[in-house]
Write a protein of this length. Sequence first.
Length: 67
Amino acid sequence: MSLQEVLALPATVNVVTAARALGIGHNKAYELIKAGQFPVRTLNMGSTVRIPTAALWEALGVGSLRQ
């Protein structure tokens, strides 16, 4: 995922999109979430998991680039 794509993400993203941005597979992402080791804060809404984009930007070190 390019920097421009990462910066253009909506306020929250699904696990597959977050995993793609982090350069890992979605199966690994779900495994890390289940183990409580995903490197980004998650929002659990019933059976749905969303990732705040601002937290994803912070984990990637690009949050300060968005202005």
